[in-house]
Design a binder for this molecule. Structure first.
Ligand code: S3P
Length: 440
């Protein structure tokens, strides 16, 4: 499937984005091992999160669909899962794979897991290493470092105190999930704060989670209580609409009900530093530390200034860097993105991909080992570009194409279904016409 994108002069209106991908995965997994049912509203019905629902069903959890994005998950309790009867296919989803490895690392059975070509290339040692210390057996390709993997859970995982080598919410969450059945408190320390959706949701399910400092979290093992989860819109999807709303010549865009957990709002800080006219109107939520805050985010066309994106900011906007690179190419001055080597092990090597595909659109980006230098003041030219099956690359290229000086064809765009199935319809509604057409 390809996108054919025509440049647009105008974007206007209010919209919503589908549910947050990170929060949806966690709602499914915690709901599965809670005592009693969990009702989830706003669940992201993209391929990644549907993989997680299928995985818990394969372990004997009942999942009932009650409406669009509305699911009832029949919690079986921490001791109630059963061994999956077949290989669990995580598709393109790194979060499904890494969280699930932690989820089954404390279960007394075997789980076999695989994924698509992209996921089978991505590193799994980062979760296998601490989980092995907790007593799980993880075997597979590259000495247990790549899918397909076989995991034999530890019936009673050992309590550990672990320092992660990288700021990764997936690694932290895998350890916490295994820790729910551990023989004592489990502590994870990170080099910089990563998204804390697991901690927020574990508390909502009744778990005792302590944050001794911004880098350290301790979980006390115990049962979970099924609850109601309202999933906010995904700021990582909203990012593409906000960037489009800043770039298109005559634009005013408002995205409602976006999750604005401070561990995810690095993009908003960067937009403010670039002097973007950004408005944020809170919707309420997060009253007791057990819910996720939401806001309506608004932008309009504006000339922007370059900035530097590095350090502790990186984990707070890691998935937004493809969109940000597109924006930076038009700003005044050179934007530096550093400390972001993690981009090389996402759904694609996003550093190499951004440099290569944007070059096809006539935009020069300097590739660095851990980031990018993006000279501003450039114009995008219509071209034929490729997503390499990476959803965020496909959408970033589509946004660049909206302001190019001719038509652009983006190849291999079915991947957009993994996180933002309504991307094309939402952008076309804002454009008031067929800016993007989907070709088989
Ligand atoms: C995620 C964490 C991040 C992010 C990914 C989702 C999560 O990955 O890039 O899209 O839901 O925990 P890392 O943990 O690898 O940084």
């Amino acid at each position: 499937m390809n996108f054919r994108v025509r440049p647009v002069r105008r974007l206007a209106g209010e919209c919503e984005v589908p549910g947050d991908k990170s929060i949806s995965h966690r709602a499914a997994l915690l709901g599965a091992i809670a005592d009693g049912p969990t009702e989830v509203q706003g669940y992201l019905e993209g391929e990644d999160c549907l993989r997680t629902l299928t995985a818990i069903q394969m372990m004997g959890v009942e999942v009932g669909k009650k409406g669009p994005g509305h699911y009832r998950i029949g919690g079986v309790g921490r001791d109630g899962l059963s061994e999956p009867g077949d290989v669990v296919d995580c598709g393109n989803s790194g979060t499904t794979a890494r969280l699930l490895i932690g989820f089954v690392a404390g279960q007394p059975f075997w789980t076999l897991m695989t994924g698509d070509e992209s996921l089978r290339r991505r590193p799994m040692k980062r979760v296998a290493e601490p989980l092995t210390r907790m007593g799980a057996t993880i075997v597979g390709r590259e000495d247990g470092g790549r899918l397909p993997l076989a995991i034999r859970g530890a019936p009673r995982p050992r309590a550990i105190s672990y320092t992660t080598p990288m700021a990764s919410a997936q690694v932290k969450s895998a350890i916490l999930l295994a820790g729910l059945r551990a023989d004592g408190p489990v502590t994870v320390r990170e080099p910089a704060p990563s998204r804390d959706h697991s901690e927020v949701m574990l508390r909502a399910f009744g778990a005792r989670v302590e944050r001794t400092d911004p880098l350290t979290v301790t979980l006390h093992p115990g049962p979970l209580r099924g609850t109601a989860v309202q999933v906010p819109g995904d700021i990582s999807s909203a990012a593409f609409l906000l960037v489009a709303g800043l770039l298109v010549p005559d634009a005013r865009v408002i995205v409602r009900r976006v999750g604005v957990n401070p561990t995810r709002t690095g993009l908003l800080d960067v937009l403010a530093a670039m002097r973007a006219p950004l408005t944020m109107t809170p919707h309420g939520g997060a009253t007791d530390g057990a819910a996720e805050p939401m806001a309506a985010l608004g932008v309009s066309t504006a000339p922007l200034a370059a900035t530097t994106v590095a350090g502790a900011l990186i984990p707070r906007l890691i998935d937004e860097i493809p969109a940000l690179a597109v924006l930076a190419a038009t700003a005044r001055g050179t934007t530096e993105i550093r400390d972001a080597a993690e981009l090389r092990v996402k759904e694609s090597d996003r550093i190499a991909m951004l440099a290569r595909e944007l070059a096809k659109m006539g935009v020069r980006i300097e590739e660095r080992a851990d980031g990018l230098a993006v000279p501003g003041g450039q114009r995008f030219h219509g071209a034929r570009v490729a997503s390499a099956g990476d959803h965020r690359m496909a959408m970033a290229l589509a946004v660049a194409a909206l302001v190019a000086d001719g038509e652009t064809v983006i190849e291999d765009t079915a991947c957009v279904q993994t996180s933002f199935p309504t991307f094309v319809d939402t952008l076309n509604a804002l454009a008031g016409g067929e800016a993007i057409t989907v070709e088989p």
